[in-house]
Ligand binder design. Structure first.
Ligand code: IPD
Ligand code: CA
Ligand code: CA
Length: 267
């Protein structure tokens, strides 16, 4: 019998827990760390989690394709592709700051249909299947009903090359700080999105992200009743590197802030 979305979801969740166990056991222990860029780290735990996730999924679904952060995988031309960030929030993890996650999504024929974000240190499993709603630890979640923007709590992040590239999000950050109640930069895009889905944050934007940062989280937001677009309100794809996700009620206000010129002191 062919595997169903429920089978895929069950396997993804159980492997996310195993990866989470490895992250929990390894937190604050001496780690082997490599540099992908001046400040962009990768630890042995990022690599170990990716290996166990990909091996586990390949073992169950050998005909599927994989897109994951730490390695390139040969394409088998499958209609099914797993999109994986084995450890989202690596900088936090490497510093012992307990805010990081495992993110696993499944794309079928180019569309993300399943998302799992496991918040390791809170033991919260966020899940969504297209058309089936979003859940945390089996309890249904929905986006907040909060508006306007001035009373909203937002999240964002900065790319690793923000010191050298002009697309560094500094101007948007200052503009939003002047129009929202507050902004959090907690350091894990998958959790920012999961928190919008759960109504704990009202909106999130970020640029220069990769599909593995957002594939699962953006489905959580949509399935929780939120809205996800690009920075000009255009349809969103996980291969589009700019994302705006919100409860829907503050989306237009957020688009208007993203269209504002840089404030002089942020240039
Ligand atoms: C990073 C985190 C961070 C975001 C970065 C991402 P990583 O992913 O999601 O919040 O601001 O742009 O690259 O490197 O920890 O997997
Ligand atoms: Ca990431
Ligand atoms: Ca990562």
């Amino acid at each position: 019998m062919a595997a169903s979305l429920e089978d895929f979801l069950a396997r993804a969740q159980s492997l996310a827990r195993v990866a989470g166990d490895l992250q929990r056991e390894s937190l604050c222990k001496p780690l082997s760390i490599e540099y992908k860029g001046e400040i962009d780290l990768v630890t042995e735990v990022d690599r170990g989690c990716e290996e166990l996730l990909v091996k586990g999924l390949k073992g169950s679904f050998p005909e599927h394709d994989f897109l994951a952060e730490e390695n390139l995988y040969e394409s088998l031309g499958s209609s099914h592709k797993w999109i994986i960030d084995p450890l989202d929030g690596t900088t936090n993890f490497a510093h012992g700051f307990p805010w990081f996650a495992v993110s696993i999504a499944l794309e079928v024929n180019g569309e993300v249909v399943l998302g799992v974000v496991y918040h390791t240190m809170m033991d919260e499993m966020f899940t969504a299947v297209k058309g089936g709603g979003a859940f945390v630890n089996g309890r249904r979640i929905s986006v907040s009903r909060r508006s306007p923007l001035r009373g909203s709590l937002l999240a964002s992040g900065f790319p690793y090359d923000s010191a050298t590239d002009r697309e560094n999000n500094f101007a948007h950050f200052v503009n939003f700080q002047m129009h929202a109640r507050g902004i959090r930069r907690a350091g894990a895009a998958a959790l920012d999105l999961a928190y919008v889905a759960a109504g704990r944050l009202d909106g999130y934007w970020e640029a220069k992200l990769k599909p593995w940062d957002v594939a699962a989280g953006q489905l959580l937001v949509k399935e929780a009743g939120g809205v996800v677009t690009g920075f000009s309100g255009e349809d969103y794809s996980v291969y589009n590197h700019r994302i705006l996700a919100s409860n829907g009620l503050i989306h237009d206000e957020m688009l208007a802030v993203l269209a504002k010129p840089a404030p002089l002191h942020a240039l």
